[in-house]
Structure formats: C-alpha cells, structure tokens
Design a protein around this ligand. Sequence first.
Ligand SMILES: C[S@@+](CC[C@H](N)C(=O)[O-])C[C@H]1O[C@@H](n2cnc3c(N)ncnc32)[C@H](O)[C@@H]1O
Length: 298
Amino acid sequence: MQSNPSTEAEEWERRGIEADSRSQHAEAEACFAKALTYDDSRQFSWVGLAFSQINQRRVDDAVASLQRAHIARPTCGIISHLLKAMTGETTSRAPNDYITFLFNGYAANFDQHLTSLQYQGPQMLAELIKRAGWAADGTRHIIDIGCGTGLSGMPLRAYAGRLEGADLSASMLEQALKRGIYNHLWHGEAHAVLRRLPAGSYDAVVAADTLVYIGDVAEFFRLAHAALRPGGDLLFTVEACDEGFALVKSGRYQHSDAYLKACADGLFSCADRVDGAIRTEAQQAIPGHAYRFSKPAA
Ligand SMILES: C[S@@+](CC[C@H](N)C(=O)[O-])C[C@H]1O[C@@H](n2cnc3c(N)ncnc32)[C@H](O)[C@@H]1O
C-alpha cells in the first residue's frame, strides 16, 4: 500500500512538536526535516525546523532553513519576518500572520511563560500610574492595545470605569475574556482598532509589550492621540536601543528614546519614564522603558 505524503508529513510534524515540548531540540529538528521531505510547503515544519536549530545555537543553519522556507513559501509572513529578524533587516512592523501564529500558539501557557521570563511590564505600568497620581476611583475610560491575556489590564482595572482590550490573536482574547476584567474586547490589528475608536473619548491608551511588534510607531501615536481626550495619557513599554528603531533576532523591535520623542513631536509631551529590565531572555536582562506621554490639555 502507498503512503499518503500529507499524512506522513503531518505525523512527523506532530512528532516534532512533541519533541520540542520536551526540549529535545535535535530530535525535533530531525522530525521537522523528515516532515518536509514529504511536503515542503508546510510553514509550521519550516518554522519548527528553524527554531530547533536556533535552540541548538546553530543560527547559520536556521537562516539557511528560513531561506529555503522562503523559496517554498514566498508569501508567508511568518517565515519572511523571522528571516529578516535573523539577517538584520528592519521592517516597519511584524506581519499579522506572524503575530497570530506566535500568540495563538502561546496563549494557553502565556502567563506561565512570561512569569518565567520575569516580565515586568505590568509592574512598570503600575509604577507610572502611581507616579502620575491617578486616583483609584474607577472612573477612567481606558483601552489596553495588545491586551493579550490581560496581564497588563490588571494594574489598570482599579482606575477604570470602562476598560477595553484589543488584540489580533483570538486565542489571547479568549484568555483575556476568562480573566473577567475587561468591559469590552476588540478583535483586530492595533491600527485598525484605533481607527474605529470615537475621537477624543479615552482617558488613557495603553500598549504594554505591544510596540515590540510595531517598529515604526508614528501612525500608532497619531491614532492614539486622536482617540484620547485633551490631557489624556498614552502609556507604553518598549525594549531599548540607542538609535531609531530596529528589528532584532528575537523577532521583536527595539526603540530609542530619541526616536520615540521625535514621533511624539507635536502630539504628546513626555511626562514620565520608568527604566527597568522588561524581561530576561537566555539569562540576559533586556533593558526597557515604560513611558507616559501626555496629550496637551485643550
Ligand atoms: C507580549 S504580548 C503582551 C500582552 C499584554 N499587553 C501584557 O503585557 O501581558 C503582545 C500582545 O500584543 C498583540 N499584538 C502584537 N502586535 C499587534 C498588532 N499589530 N495589533 C494587535 N495586537 C497585537 C499580540 O497578539 C499579543 O497578545
């Protein structure tokens, strides 16, 4: 009896995922490579292959895999984003299919994973709010863009009369819904959601660990400015770099202080900045900032 190539590919991909979940990276690599011998259009197997090579600290092999993957799947945003990140090519933002692929896969274990990375975004937001002297009177209208599972919504809840969340990943939104802290959840890309908001009606727009997936923030700032009432605040966190913005090997963007302030020119003044290690990765602290930008009062 002849074997079915797509069933064989699926089975080897499944074994690769299983090996990966046991951190058996060499075994995962062999399984994903085998899956691709049956069907070289499987984007998940390509990405799995590249990640298992990265996990074995074989970055050159991972780049070679992604280059082959890009030939097999030239329109796949996941592959092209990772390839650009690995080869030092900066783009304006991560493609939507990369974000949904990454975070739909992550959602069930996201909170646990970020705890293990010592993620500090919510604490840095809380510190900004404390320093701004917001009263915890439950009156503010706040939107949390890239709300994920709602970790960033937690420090906002006590200040909000109405707390909204927005995210591109449906699976992250399912987790946010379970948390029960949002009055409304928007499913969509950040810029698209911001364009739909009633002008001048929000007291705060928040983006915690979201702009790390948006390199060029100029349009995001313009849209957040339009949604805010005069005197309203834009609170956000970034990973730091020295100049401009850059897509780095992690697949995330870093932003410099000067670049952020240049984008805010004419829209916001920088009211405060908290510095810290936003997360650790491979035992390295990733330096970051949390900002409060204020829209001038009318
Ligand atoms: C690292 S998580 C942070 C989640 C949450 N803010 C927190 O602090 O825990 C980034 C979130 O932003 C979302 N995201 C990234 N880029 C986005 C975009 N362009 N539009 C909408 N959501 C986006 C992802 O789906 C993910 O849920």
